[in-house]
Ligand binder design. Structure first.
Ligand code: ADP
Ligand code: MG
Length: 699
């Protein structure tokens, strides 16, 4: 029998927690003692420095005293109420006012003892606290100067239904009192010592009831050693689960062996239309080394828009195909799949390898043909959308899977992909501007190659933000560029992620441009409601230079590559997200000519929109953009859905704590290598995360 872990005891075992409170706690996800203790306070309040009322000065202060009077004051305005509280201590009296909180009539009564914390204002009647935080306390405790609720820095918890912050503080204090002398610690001692972090027990105590010397600022920034230790613990367990997933993959032997012979090198050189940048070379070397290993590759290729990831993938594919393996390149949209299919076919023209396109909307005969070629092995390189992977059995000998521009492919999906078929090598390519620390979160199970440079001759896109009253100027500039033989994009603020693409709005905007600002130019319109062949026709006309201007919705966002396009006008740029604007802008600046991006915005601008536009005009560096985006939006939103592989954390906050993730990542890989599988941290990591990744049974 395993000894019962006291931290796992249900909260109902705490004195003071009956069925009603237990249910309320459960509604907030708190079931065990550990759940309660691993919930951080919202903030901390310094009640160690109670200010005598006579010495109140404007600023922020905490006072304690007895309620002398509590009443709702009449006002002239209907639906507006002022509740006034008068409090006395040994030195004097002060008032506190609360607006539109009639229910306080039920809360306060003369004779009660309260602690008030908030902003002190000076009025003709003396000191006044405006809408302070309040808490009813036990006076004897105040006088003794030390307790759970006053005389010290206290934690303030988020209210849970009927459970006030004060009641929760009592519960936490009781739970901590009963904490055994020894509790298991998933962070090994040497790891803690190296970072100056306390044991788990100490960290729990100090997080909820900080020692007198703890700085209030550090506490409220969640940066005391105790808090950091608990956050790091959560991150390490998460990263350990990812590391386990990686270890499992590394232990697999691929059914095929990849070799790189001089003949294969020649073939690759033949495919290459230009010299690789140093960054591309390094990434390719890392990938090809992976291909030659006995275990399947699981690698992320990260590089800003335009850094040239495609050719790196195609060269890796040549190595795989020369080893008699099939390759699939998966794109997030049909448009991008079609474009990749063209690039790949062009590159493979002088080689023995054949490529096919496979998409969901293909006509059935085309699709049947493609499927036949894939099954027979006549097609070596398959370019397609997600549909391709629904049935990996359709390949004769699948060896390499390349997932392009994919930020919607989480850990679980990658694991499932691995579960089917032949243990292919997997390369995920992304230009998603996300900070490195978040890459480690969403893709922590992958090895990472980064292309940090751009192909030679690229000049940063000159970006300006203009109010829409200057639209005419923007389009006059487009005409100039077209007169010089260049092409342009006009992006419309019609978001394609919903079912309702407003085609009429798009069509009427094109008509307006055609009749006015862009009269005489050759305009094409691209939107999500066009059929696949229509889309392809428009795109091909633009690539061939038969269109001067491509008016488009956000379907164009990812990956499209037309180097002659040198200017982009974004209508209603204030409506787009920062990552999206960066992706859009990546469509220009792909050739040697100077490119331009004009962001037209409508006033009034929200603060966030202003920050986004400023980030765009300040920099073209995707990683800088990513950091700014994180600061503006927070990490949850950067990925959209949970599916993206972002963990749901209970202590850590990715916006606040993401720097700790890099340490956790390195640490987890080290622990996974040195600790046996049944060691506590590895076991906890599996229990906590494996289910959430959907990893059960896949490996
Ligand atoms: P992304 O990384 O955004 O997917 P692409 O692979 O589409 O970028 O490459 C962007 C453009 O740069 C393409 O037109 C490609 O042909 C070109 N390119 C890539 N690598 C080089 C290089 N080393 N030298 C010159 N042009 C390059
Ligand atoms: Mg690309």
């Amino acid at each position: 029998m395993t000894p019962v872990d006291p931290l796992q005891a249900p909260l109902a075992t705490l004195p003071g927690v009956g069925p009603t409170r237990a249910a309320a706690l459960a509604s907030a996800g708190l079931r065990t003692i550990e759940d309660l203790l691993l919930r951080f306070p919202l903030r901390y309040e310094d009640r160690g420095n109670l200010v005598p009322i006579a010495r109140l000065r404007p600023g922020t202060a905490t006072v304690a005293g007895e309620v002398v009077d509590a009443r709702l004051k009449p006002t002239r305005r209907p639906r507006f109420s002022v509740f006034e509280l008068t409090v006395r201590d040994a030195t004097g009296e002060a008032r506190a006012v609360f607006f539109n909180q009639r229910f306080l009539e039920q809360v306060f009564r003369a004779g009660q003892h309260v602690v008030l914390h908030g902003k002190v204002e000076w009025t003709s009647q003396g000191a006044q606290l405006a809408s302070p935080q309040y808490e009813l306390v036990d006076l004897s405790a105040v006088e003794e100067g030390s307790s759970v609720h006053t005389g010290r820095t206290v934690p303030v918890y988020e209210r849970i239904g009927p459970l006030t912050p004060k009641l929760q503080r009592d519960l936490v204090a009781r739970a901590l009192e009963r904490l055994p002398e020894q509790i298991a610690d998933p962070l090994p001692q040497d790891v803690r010592r190296a970072r100056g972090l306390p044991s788990r027990r100490e960290a729990l105590l100090d997080t909820h009831f900080p020692p007198a010397e703890a700085s209030l600022d550090a506490l409220n920034a969640f940066r005391t050693p105790a808090q950091v230790r608990l956050i790091l613990e959560e991150f390490v367990l998460f990263q350990l689960a990812l590391a386990e997933q990686r270890t499992r993959v590394v232990a697999i032997a691929k059914p095929h062996l990849v070799e790189v012979t001089p003949a294969i090198r020649d073939l690759a050189r033949h495919v290459l239309p230009f010299t690789l940048t140093p960054g591309q070379k390094r990434a390719l070397r890392e990938i090809v080394e992976d291909l030659q290993r006995p275990a399947p590759m699981n690698r992320l290729l990260q590089g800003d828009v335009g850094s040239g990831k495609t050719i790196v993938a195609v060269l890796a594919a040549v190595v795989a195909m020369a080893n008699d393996l099939q390759v699939v390149l998966m794109a997030p949209t049909e448009l991008l799949a079609e474009q990749h299919a063209r690039t790949v076919a062009a590159r493979l023209a002088g080689t023995p390898f054949r490529s096919v396109l496979l998409t969901g909307s293909q006509r059935s005969r085309l699709r049947r043909d493609a499927l036949g070629q894939i099954a027979s092995g006549a097609a070596h390189f398959v370019v397609g959308t997600h549909a391709v992977l629904e049935d990996p059995a359709l390949f004769r000998r699948l060896g390499l899977v390349i997932i392009d521009e994919q930020h919607r492919f989480g850990v679980g999906q990658r694991a499932r992909l691995r579960g089917k078929g032949r243990q292919p090598d997997v390369l995920v390519m992304t230009a998603t501007p996300i900070p490195r620390t978040l890459t480690l979160t969403a893709y922590g199970d992958l090895d990472v190659s980064v292309i940090a440079d751009l192909p030679p001759g690229r000049r940063p896109v000159q970006t300006t933000a203009r109010p829409e009253v200057r639209r005419d100027e923007a389009y006059a500039f487009v005409r100039e560029q077209v007169a010089e033989g260049r092409q342009a994009y006009v992006v419309l603020p019609i978001i394609e992620d919903s079912e309702k693409v407003d085609v009429r709005a798009a069509v009427s905007m094109v008509e307006t441009l055609r009749a006015g600002a862009l009269a005489g130019l050759r305009l094409g319109l691209l939107h999500g409601r066009l059929g696949p062949t229509e889309k392809l026709d428009v795109m091909q006309a633009f690539v061939a230079g038969d269109l001067d201007v491509l008016v488009t919705t956000t379907v164009i966002e990812v990956g499209v590559d037309v180097p002659n396009a040198s200017v982009m006008v974004v209508e209603h740029a204030e409506r787009f997200g920062l990552a999206q604007l960066h992706q859009l802008r990546g469509r220009v600046g792909r050739g040697a000519a100077q490119s331009f991006c004009i962001l037209l915005f409508e006033r009034p601008l929200s603060d966030e929109a202003r920050l986004r536009l400023a980030a765009m005009t300040d920099t073209t560096d995707g990683f800088v953009i990513a950091e700014r985006d994180l600061a503006i939006r927070g990490p949850g939103d950067m990925f959209g859905t949970r599916q993206a592989g972002m963990p749901t954390l209970r202590i850590g906050d990715l916006r606040r704590d993401h720097e700790l993730m890099a340490d956790a990542h390195a640490l987890a890989r080290e622990l996974a290598a040195r600790l046996p599988a049944e060691a506590l941290p590895r076991r906890l990591a599996r229990e906590a995360w494996a289910g959430r990744f959907n990893l059960a049974g896949v490996g």
